[in-house]
Every structure is written in structure tokens, then in C-alpha cells.
Design a protein around this ligand. Structure first.
Ligand SMILES: Nc1ncnc2c1ncn2[C@@H]1O[C@H](COP(=O)(O)OP(=O)(O)OP(=O)(O)O)[C@@H](O)[C@H]1O
Length: 468
């Protein structure tokens, strides 16, 4: 028989049972193997148990975090103060004052804090002397304190990676946290801090300087100088004082006519005649602050200047000294050859400012009024120009009698003799003035400090110089 006759197996039917039988076998083996493996392998059982525990713990932790956050949201309230805001300094000073009170009363520390920073300030005493004072303020970190029976958490954080571009100081925030029900204490606490800061300024003159585009208090507030202590020629002080008072009384008048509410003053005259002293004393007498603007400051450009002049603190005079040095040639170059980026036209623009209802009082001083560009001193930019000159005989006599007359106990000199010496001084000054020779009030003041009354009158001719 030919092999071809042999019955050919059906390949498809053959293959199928074979495959099927194979699957049936493996499926029956696998569960039993897996079962045996799971049941008999202690390592696997322990791992599985641990995994279940881990998952359980993670879920619990997550729910705890979510729950705490929800609870915090419902029960706690936070207040963020950053160092761009004035309340920042007030709050830190207030915290430090509470520390000091507690220490004075020898009570337990008021805050629960272990991270303190020191702030050194120079305090000026009434007699003119000064002393350095240290204040301990809450440093970066977390602190706790009680205020009116409520516990508060203070978190002071300092940004180390970025800083204030203009001033170079790091960004800082303090976050206060307390119970929601005590949220009403925040405004109370901030008002207390503000009032405390204002109290420290009472009767004092605050000087601000530019920090980038911001004004910041410079040093400690100074004792106000009595206006009468600056002795000017008859009528000069009264003239400026009455002008500024009239301006301050006419806010509505300016608003009704749409005139920008600003006034510019230029005090000119020789060095040491009392220009700066008078502006400071006037600011003090009106309870105004002074913002000192230095046009040659590095980094000051037209845009920053515009911003600074438009955003001076309320109730303040802007003081720009020696304006001739800044712009007499319409280019400003400092001693080291550095050229300020403030342009003359930028400065005029900043002086004019945007026509706003905001009050702006600018005082400029110069020793050389003749060098100033007429555009700078036109009305609207400078509304009152006043010469503050070298000592007149009257000014010198008033200063002399203030120094040596009245209650001066160091000298054995009678009031009559002081009067007689004062008359001699008057005649002497008149004679010198006829010869075009003058003396500054600053020079007289320095001379009176160093000499007794008789010596001062006898030797004061040496102080006079030819009028420039
Ligand atoms: N008219 C004055 N009355 C009382 N003291 C004066 C007077 N003028 C000057 N002095 C005293 O002289 C010192 C210098 O005065 P001040 O700086 O005010 O002068 P200034 O005119 O602004 O000078 P400069 O033009 O150089 O800036 C101060 O200590 C001040 O007390």
C-alpha cells in the first residue's frame, strides 16, 4: 500500500484537543501552586501584612493631614504681615516692648521664644547726648505669646533666595495664628502697635531717606528744634511760616480751581546761615516729617525720582539740598566721576508731578542761586524764594544774649555787662559790614561755644571774611 493511502489525520482536530488538554492541565496546576506558595511562604505573608499596614498608615496620615487642614481652616485664623507694610516694624517693636515690660516687672518671659534678634538704636537725650539701646525682637522662627487671654503663634520667615531689588533687604513675613473666635484681637493688637510707634514719634522729628523707590525712616526720631532757636533776619522766618500756613489752609481752594496742591520753596544764601536748621525747625513746629532726597545717589534714575516725589509720606517736606551742585550744568557728576542718571528734564518732570490732589511741599537749598537754571526756579516749581544771609547785627546780638545772658551759671557776668557787650558786638558787626565783611551764624555759634562773653567780643573780628 502506498503510504498515500494511509488515512491522513485531520490536523485541525488533532491540534485542538492537544491544545485544550494542555490548558486544562495548567489551569488546574496553577491555583494549587499559588495556594501552596501563598500558604506555605512565611516571607510573603509577612510582606503582604506589612504592605497592608503601610497602606493603612498612609491613608490614615493623609486623612489626618486633610482633617487637620480642615480643622485649621475652621478653627484657626491667620494674619500675614510682610515687611513692605509699615505694620511690620510696628508689630516687631510692639512685641519687643512687651518683652521689656515683662522683664521690668521681673515676670516670666512673655513669649515662648528661643530665637531672638537684636536691634540697636541710638536714643537722643534731651540734653543732646545720645546712647545706644538694644532691643530684643522676635527672630526668624516660631514664637508663642498670649494677648488678652488668647494664645497666638508668630511665625517670622525670611526669604533667603530673593530680596527687595531696590533696598537689598530680604523679604520677610510674620504670620500670626490664633483661634477663629479671637480674630477680633488682630485689629486691636495692630492698633496698639501703631499707637506705640506713634507715641515714640511724639514731639520728635522723623527724617526719611530714599531706599530704592521707598521712603524709610532714617535713624531714631530726633528731638524737635524750637523754631525760635534759629535766629533769622527780622521778618524772614515769619514770612516763610505764614506762607506755608496759608498754603496748608487752602487745600479746598486749590481743589476747586483744579490747581495741583503743591508748593516749592528755595532758601538760598551762604553756608552756615541756618537754611537747613530752619527747615527742620519749621517741619517740627508743624508736626511734619522730612524726606531728604539726594539727587546724586547711585542708582537714582528719572523714573525712581518721579515715584519718590509722588509718594512722599503724608505730612512731610521733601528736602533737596545744594540743588546748584546737582544741576548747575544740567549734568550731574559726583566726586568719583559717577554720573547720576537723573536728567535735568527728568527732575523738572518729577517736580511738576502728575496733577493730583495730593499735598506736596518741596524745600530746596542752594549757596549759589545765580547758577540755577531759570527753568528750575520758575513759579509753580519754586513759589517762594528767600535769601538767608550771613549774620546781621540783630541776629548776632540775639545769639550772643542767648549764649551768655539769663541763666548761664558758669560765668560770673552780670546781665548788664552782657547787654553792654552785646551793644559792642552790634557796633563791631555794623562796622565790618560797611567794609563788605561778614560772618556766618554757624561761625558765631562755634565761636561762642569756645569762648566766654568778653573773649568772644574781643576776638570776634577774626571771624569776618570778605563778602563773596
Ligand atoms: N540763623 C541761625 N540761628 C541759629 N543757629 C544757626 C543759624 N545759622 C546757622 N546756625 C547753626 O549753624 C549750624 C549749621 O547751620 P545749617 O546747616 O542750618 O546752615 P545752612 O545754611 O543749611 O548751611 P549750608 O548751606 O552749608 O547747608 C547749625 O548747628 C545751626 O545751629
Amino acid at each position: 500500500m502506498l503510504p498515500t493511502e494511509a488515512p491522513q489525520p485531520d490536523l485541525t482536530t488533532l491540534a485542538q484537543p492537544a491544545t485544550l488538554s494542555g490548558n486544562v492541565e495548567s489551569s488546574s496546576i496553577a491555583p494549587s501552586f499559588l495556594k501552596n506558595f501563598l500558604n506555605d511562604n512565611p516571607y510573603f505573608q509577612a510582606g503582604f501584612g506589612l504592605m497592608t499596614l503601610g497602606v493603612g498608615l498612609t491613608v490614615m496620615r493623609k486623612s489626618l493631614v486633610v482633617g487637620t487642614a480642615a480643622l485649621r481652616r475652621r478653627m484657626l485664623v491667620t494674619l500675614e504681615i510682610n515687611n513692605k507694610d509699615r505694620a511690620y516694624e510696628w508689630f516687631l517693636a510692639w512685641m519687643s516692648s512687651q518683652h521689656a515690660i515683662q522683664a521690668q516687672k521681673r515676670l516670666a518671659p512673655w513669649t515662648r521664644s528661643h530665637q531672638l534678634s537684636v536691634e540697636t538704636t541710638v536714643e537722643q537725650r534731651k540734653n543732646g547726648s545720645s546712647s545706644a539701646m538694644f532691643k530684643l525682637v522676635a527672630g526668624p522662627g516660631t514664637h508663642y505669646f498670649q494677648y488678652k487671654g488668647a494664645w497666638m503663634q508668630v511665625k517670622r520667615e525670611r526669604e533667603t533666595k530673593s530680596m527687595h531689588l531696590m533696598s537689598g533687604t530680604p523679604w520677610e513675613t510674620v504670620t500670626l495664628t490664633t483661634l477663629s473666635r479671637d480674630r477680633g484681637l488682630f485689629p486691636q493688637l495692630l492698633s496698639e502697635a501703631r499707637d506705640l510707634a506713634m507715641k515714640g514719634h511724639e514731639g520728635k522729628l522723623v527724617i526719611h531717606t530714599a531706599w530704592g523707590i521707598e521712603w524709610r525712616p532714617f535713624g531714631q526720631p530726633r528731638l524737635k528744634r524750637p523754631l525760635k532757636s534759629v535766629v533769622l533776619a527780622p521778618g524772614v522766618a515769619e514770612n516763610i511760616e505764614s506762607d506755608i500756613k496759608a498754603f496748608l489752609d487752602r487745600r479746598q481752594w486749590y481743589a476747586d480751581r483744579g490747581i495741583p496742591y503743591r508748593r516749592g520753596y528755595l532758601l538760598h544764601g551762604p553756608p552756615g546761615s541756618g537754611k537747613t536748621s530752619f527747615i527742620q525747625a519749621l517741619a517740627g513746629s508743624l508736626s511734619y516729617d522730612i524726606c531728604v532726597l539726594n539727587l546724586s545717589e547711585r542708582g537714582l534714575a528719572d523714573d525712581k525720582l518721579f515715584h519718590l516725589l509722588s509718594n512722599a509720606p503724608e505730612r512731610s517736606f521733601v528736602l533737596i539740598e545744594d540743588i546748584d551742585a546737582a544741576f548747575n550744568k544740567r549734568v550731574q557728576t559726583s566726586e568719583d566721576g559717577y554720573q547720576s542718571s537723573v536728567t535735568f528734564s527728568g527732575f523738572l518732570n518729577a517736580l511738576d508731578g502728575v496733577a493730583s490732589g495730593e499735598e506736596r511741599i518741596i524745600f530746596m537749598t542752594t549757596n549759589h542761586v545765580e547758577k540755577l537754571d531759570p527753568a528750575l526756579i520758575r513759579p509753580g516749581r519754586v513759589d517762594l524764594m528767600q535769601l538767608i544771609d550771613d549774620a546781621t547785627p540783630e541776629q548776632a546780638c540775639i545769639l550772643f544774649e542767648r549764649f551768655y545772658g539769663g541763666r548761664d551759671i558758669q560765668q560770673e557776668i552780670s546781665e548788664e555787662e552782657v547787654k553792654a557787650l552785646s551793644t559792642t558786638l552790634r557796633t563791631l558787626i555794623q562796622q565790618e559790614m560797611e567794609n563788605e565783611r561778614t560772618v556766618s551764624m554757624a561761625a558765631l555759634q562755634g565761636f561762642f561755644i569756645r569762648n566766654d562773653a568778653r573773649g568772644a567780643v574781643a576776638k570776634c573780628r577774626d571771624l569776618f571774611t570778605q563778602r563773596r
